[in-house]
Write a protein that binds this ligand. Structure first.
Ligand code: PLP
Length: 221
């Protein structure tokens, strides 16, 4: 089942769009199935769960952290991820940077945008993120590489609203990306789209999609 879905997705997802298989709440056996089908990029949303899974699985897996990261967990996560997609505050970013410096590593991150209408979602408002870059605050980072943005659409059946949310994420990304005065390098990732809405996200410019239940089935929380 898992291998079949991975195969199908590989054919459906256009070239140039990276698939993150979101394996949170699923056992290592299922991750291994996806791995054996050729998948190497996985997404997890809880630090404890990720740290428990890493030693049980092959070393060449690229782990993306996609959940809300509590500040007291940052230190234990540094050096374990290929990308932290869910940086949702300046305070968190600074902590990632200082812990990365102490550990002697460079951590790649995405800035999480909050465009959905739900109050519970984390992230920078579009204007806050634009302001962060306009004020060139990123220049103080020594061991963190901001590679782009991540976002989620509103949780709704109204696909027009979903499309608008993705378009807004893309607009903010593009405004930063196209501002050559910022001198950013490697700011080129737009992570948006999940099992039910990834096609719309790709149409709106996503180059990373995060797909869980479509591959692994429903999660039991
Ligand atoms: C769980 C999760 C996903 C995957 O959602 P599915 O609907 O299972 O595809 C994607 N992104 C984030 C941030 C998540 O927490």
């Amino acid at each position: 089942m898992v291998a079949e879905e991975i195969e199908k997705l590989k054919q459906e997802i256009p070239a140039g769009v990276k698939l993150v298989a979101v394996s949170k709440f699923h056992p290592v056996e299922m991750i291994r199935e996806a791995y054996d089908a050729g998948q190497r990029r996985f997404g997890e949303s809880r630090v404890q769960e990720l740290l428990a899974k890493i030693p049980q699985l092959p070393d060449d897996i690229e782990w993306h952290f996609i959940g809300h990261l509590q500040t007291n967990k940052v230190k234990s996560l540094i050096g374990k991820t290929s990308l932290i997609e869910s940086v949702d505050s300046e305070k968190l970013l600074q902590l990632i940077d200082s812990e990365s410096r102490k550990a002697g590593v460079v951590t790649k991150v995405l800035m999480q945008l909050h465009v959905a209408k739900e109050e519970t979602k984390f992230g920078f408002l579009p204007e806050e993120l634009l302001e962060y870059f306009r004020q060139r605050k990123f220049e103080s980072l020594t061991n963190t590489h901001i590679c782009g943005v991540m976002g989620m659409a509103s949780n709704t059946d109204d696909m027009e609203r979903v499309r608008n949310d993705f378009a807004e994420i893309f607009r903010v990304f593009n405004e930063i990306h196209n501002d050559s005065s910022l001198g950013l390098r490697g700011f080129d990732s737009i992570s948006m789209g999940m099992s039910h809405d990834w096609q719309i996200a790709v149409k709106e410019g996503a180059n990373i999609v995060r797909i869980g239940s479509r591959i692994f089935g429903e999660r039991e929380y």
